[in-house]
Ligand binder design. Structure first.
Ligand SMILES: Cc1cc2nc3c(=O)[nH]c(=O)nc-3n(C[C@H](O)[C@H](O)[C@H](O)COP(=O)(O)OP(=O)(O)OC[C@H]3O[C@@H](n4cnc5c(N)ncnc54)[C@H](O)[C@@H]3O)c2cc1C
Length: 248
C-alpha cells in the first residue's frame, strides 16, 4: 500500500505546515493548517502522521484560532519514530491529520479551583483551555498552573502565562519550577525549584485550596502523574490525568 492509499483508506487529510519555531534542539512549536470543518474541545488531541506513522498531539491553540498549534518534544532516533521526521519539516511541507480530534482531558468547569500540573509539553492542554476560557470571557474558575521542567528555556509558554497572571491576577496563578537549579543553563533563575510533583501539596496548602472545590489535572511525564496521584488522592483530591507516553 502506498502512502496515498493509506491516506485515502483512513480518510486522512493532508495539511501544510504553516510555520515552526525551534525552541531548543529537542523542542519545537509548529503551526499546521486546520482542515475545513475541523472542530475540537480545548484539551483534546489531533492525530498527525508522516509516511504512515501517526501519533497523538494535544492541541495548543484554542478552537477559535485559525491554525492548529503544536508543541513537540523530539524523541531521538533510533527510539523515536515520528518526531525525527517532524524535525525535518519546513513550512509548506505536508503532514496527514485524522478527521476528528479526540480525548477526554478537557476542562470540568464544576470545581471553582482548577489546579493544573504538568511537565514541559504537558502544558499544552492547559494553554488551549485557558486561551479559550479568556476568549469567551468565562468566569467562576481560578486556574493554578504549576509547570515543571529541567531547564528554564523549556518553559515555552512562560511569557504568555506571566502576562496573563499579571493581567488576570484573580484568575491565573502561574508557578514554574526547575528541577536542576545548579546547572549553568539555569543560571540566574530566581523562581521555584524542585520537581513539580514535589511541590503540589505545599502549593495547595499555601493557596488554601480544599479538595471539595479543587480539581487536580496532571499531564505529561507518566512518573510525575503517578507521584501527583500518590500525593493528592489520599488528601481527598480528585485527579484527572493525561499520559503522553508509557513508562518502561
Ligand atoms: C493523548 C496524547 C497527547 C500527546 N500530546 C503530545 C504533545 O502535545 N507533544 C508531544 O511532544 N508529545 C505528545 N504526545 C506523545 C506523542 O504522541 C508521541 O508519542 C511522541 O511525540 C513520540 O513519538 P515518536 O514516534 O517519535 O516516538 P515513539 O515511536 O512513539 O516512541 C518511542 C518510545 O519513546 C517513548 N516516548 C514517547 N514520547 C516520549 C517522551 N516525550 N519522552 C520520553 N520518552 C518518550 C515511548 O513510550 C516509546 O517507548 C502525546 C501522546 C498522547 C497519548
Amino acid at each position: 500500500m502506498t502512502t496515498q492509499d493509506i491516506t485515502r483508506a483512513k480518510k486522512l487529510t493532508e495539511v501544510k505546515v504553516v510555520s515552526r519555531t525551534d525552541i531548543t534542539p529537542d523542542l519545537l512549536t509548529m503551526w499546521i493548517e486546520k482542515p475545513g470543518g475541523y472542530t475540537f474541545k480545548p484539551g483534546q488531541y489531533c492525530t498527525i502522521g508522516l509516511d504512515g506513522i501517526e501519533r497523538a498531539y494535544s492541541i495548543v491553540s484554542a478552537p477559535h484560532e485559525e491554525s492548529l498549534e503544536l508543541f513537540v518534544e523530539l524523541v531521538p532516533p533510533p527510539i523515536g519514530n515520528l518526531t525525527p521526521k517532524l524535525w525535518e519539516l519546513k513550512p509548506g511541507d505536508s503532514v496527514t491529520i485524522r478527521p476528528r480530534a479526540k480525548g477526554v482531558f478537557v476542562m470540568d468547569p464544576g470545581p471553582p479551583n482548577q489546579f493544573l500540573v504538568s511537565t514541559v509539553t504537558g502544558v499544552v492542554p492547559y494553554v488551549s483551555i485557558i486561551r479559550d476560557y479568556l476568549y469567551h470571557g468565562r468566569q467562576g474558575n481560578g486556574f493554578y498552573v504549576l509547570l515543571g521542567a529541567s531547564y528554564v528555556d523549556e518553559f515555552v509558554y512562560d511569557g504568555e502565562f506571566t502576562r496573563l497572571s499579571r493581567e488576570h491576577p484573580d484568575l491565573i496563578t502561574y508557578v514554574p519550577t526547575i528541577s536542576r537549579p545548579a546547572e549553568e543553563r539555569n543560571a540566574g533563575w530566581r523562581g521555584e525549584t524542585g520537581r513539580v510533583n514535589t511541590i503540589v501539596e505545599r502549593y495547595t496548602e499555601e493557596l488554601g485550596l480544599a479538595p471539595e472545590d479543587t480539581l487536580v489535572y496532571a499531564c505529561g511525564h507518566p512518573g510525575m502523574i503517578e507521584d501527583v496521584k500518590e500525593r493528592m488522592l489520599p488528601r481527598g483530591f480528585r485527579v484527572e490525568e493525561e499520559r503522553f507516553w508509557k513508562q518502561d
